[in-house]
Structure formats: structure tokens, C-alpha cells
Design a protein around this ligand. Structure first.
Ligand SMILES: [Cu+2]
Length: 249
């Protein structure tokens, strides 16, 4: 029931969300279009009342501007026939608020509260002013000798559900992947688990979205979303055993 109401609303407002986000930014995670839909819904409902209220405001200013020979009325604000101009829009706006809260809470729950089971886990470590990404090696597990550590490069496989363990070595940072519509604060001393599922291959930006010092603006990285074959080849090429073999003559 909740899901079908959500899907209905999403179908209505998704094109507006898409329009606002623009063509330059792909939607490359399973939940990106849900976030865009919430942005679209807020734009439609708030935009409607904004235009209506401003239109009414200017209409009244022009319609009842000063005229020679016409005295202004004294209005106490208690007249029932005038008060309804406030109470009716007020009630309708509360209904709109309920719709926005419903959609926002549903999307928040799905993305941040509900943690679907992971197929892979990566570790994301932020520090002033770089990212370290720890990928599981051929054994598919983190914290084993075949892990692949990369600076400013995160390699993932498309259509795979990832958990990330987000850490910071020094100050507050924020792991932001715009094509996923993902932003998550990294807090020193804590390991924060979140998830994403890439749905589109390509190379995209990662950025830090929390002021973290003088190098904040250059704290960028890249995410490489690869097909299963490409990702397997990348793991094979970069596993510690392969690198060691290449280093030893
Ligand atoms: Cu930063």
C-alpha cells in the first residue's frame, strides 16, 4: 500500500526531478531516481504555492492601491469572511506538507535505515586531503592479505549491492558521490556503514562535501563502475600477488 502510493507519486514528479537535476548528471544508483523524485515533489508543491501567493500578493497591491476619494478600510483580522483566506490555504498547505513528509520519510527509510544485505563491502577512509579505498581482493573479503588499497580510486562492479564502511582519520569529511545522490559524513572515531548499488557503468566524480581544511576543494576522487568482466580483470591486475610478481624481476 505504502509502496504503491509512493510509486504513484514518484511517477508524477520524477520528470520534474530529472529536469531540475539536469542532463549533465547521470543517475547511476538504484536509489538516485527516488532522491530526484523527492526534489521534484518539493519543487512542484512549494513552487505552486509560491507562484500562487506571489500572484495574489501583487494582484492585491495593484487592485487596492491608493485611489483619490476612497478611504482605506480598517480590518481587525477577526472577520470570518476574511479569515478564511488564511485558514483554507493553511489547511491545504498542511496537506501538501504531509505528502512531502510521507515521501521524504519513505526514501530516508529505504536508503538510510534499511540496510539490504551486501554482496561486497568496501572501506572508505577520508583524511586531510585524500581518500583511501580498500577493496576486497580475489577472496571477496575485506581485512585479508589480498585486499587492494587505492588512493583516490574506487572500483566497483555494476548491479552489485555494496556496503561501505566509512571512516575518517582526522576531521569531519563527507563522502559524496553525485551520480549516486549519496552523501555521508565521515566522523573521526566512528565506523559508519551505508550502502549503494551502482546501476550504470562509467567513471564518475567523488568529492568531499564537508569543509575539512585548506585542501578541501581538491579532495576529489573517481569511482570506476565496471562490468563483471572488467572488474574481475582489474582485481586480477591489482591484487598484491600480481603486483609483487611484477615487481620481482
Ligand atoms: Cu572536505
Amino acid at each position: 500500500m505504502v509502496q504503491s502510493i509512493f510509486d504513484f507519486l514518484k511517477t508524477l514528479v520524477a520528470p520534474v526531478g530529472r529536469l531540475l537535476v539536469g542532463d549533465h548528471l547521470d543517475a547511476a544508483s538504484s536509489y538516485a531516481t527516488d532522491i530526484d523524485a523527492v526534489i521534484g515533489l518539493i519543487a512542484v508543491l512549494v513552487g505552486f504555492w509560491f507562484i500562487l501567493a506571489e500572484g495574489m500578493f501583487f494582484y492585491l497591491i495593484l487592485r487596492y492601491r491608493k485611489k483619490d476619494g476612497v478611504r482605506g478600510q480598517y480590518i481587525t483580522g477577526k472577520e470570518t469572511h476574511l479569515k478564511r483566506w488564511i485558514t483554507w490555504p493553511h489547511a491545504l498547505i498542511i496537506v501538501c506538507d504531509v505528502v512531502i513528509v510521507f515521501m521524504a520519510v519513505k526514501v530516508w527509510y529505504d536508503i538510510k535505515q534499511d540496510l539490504p544485505e551486501a554482496q561486497q563491502t568496501v572501506r572508505v577512509v577520508a583524511q586531510q586531503w585524500a581518500w583511501t579505498f580498500e577493496h576486497p581482493g580475489p577472496d571477496g573479503k575485506l581485512d585479508t592479505p589480498d585486499d587492494i588499497k587505492m588512493s583516490d580510486e574506487l572500483h566497483v562492479q555494476v548491479d552489485t549491492l555494496y556496503h561501505y564502511e566509512l571512516e575518517s582519520l582526522d576531521v569531519l569529511h563527507d563522502f559524496s558521490v553525485p551520480v549516486f545522490r549519496l552523501k555521508h559524513d565521515a566522523i573521526p572515531g566512528r565506523v559508519i556503514t551505508g550502502w549503494f548499488e551502482p546501476t550504470k557503468t562509467g567513471v564518475y566524480d567523488i568529492q568531499c562535501a564537508e569543509m575539512c581544511g585548506i585542501g578541501h576543494g581538491i579532495m576529489g576522487a573517481r569511482i570506476f563502475i565496471e562490468t563483471a568482466e572488467e572488474h574481475a580483470a582489474w582485481i586480477a591486475d591489482n591484487s598484491p600477488a600480481t603486483r609483487l610478481a611484477a615487481a620481482v624481476p
